[in-house]
Design a protein. Sequence first.
Length: 122
Amino acid sequence: MPGPLNRELTNLVSLLGEQNVRQLVRTFLKEYPELLAQLATSDRRTQHRMVHSLKSNAHIIGEQALWERMAAFEERLLGPGDDILRPDDIEWIGDAFNAAADPLREFAAGAVDTATAARRIA
């Protein structure tokens, strides 16, 4: 039977059920690129709100490295000055999302079992 990719998703499956978690992951996969595209043209306040949302979503699905970087971006956007996300910041976010997306797509589609997923993220 297909299973979750990491501990966070495993915990969510035990709480919400596998199909609900698959839907949550599908939503993440659909919305993340849309928000990412908006980051490049947003003002600082909007970037902060979007980064906070992206950070929360990354944490929920267990993408730790993405969560940590988003937390650092969020802190930077809350700091003094008028610093906004630079193109290289947004490119990093996109690259990190893309690295996580394929295994998540497989999970969302029910095409991967727990053992296979564990080997991929090890």
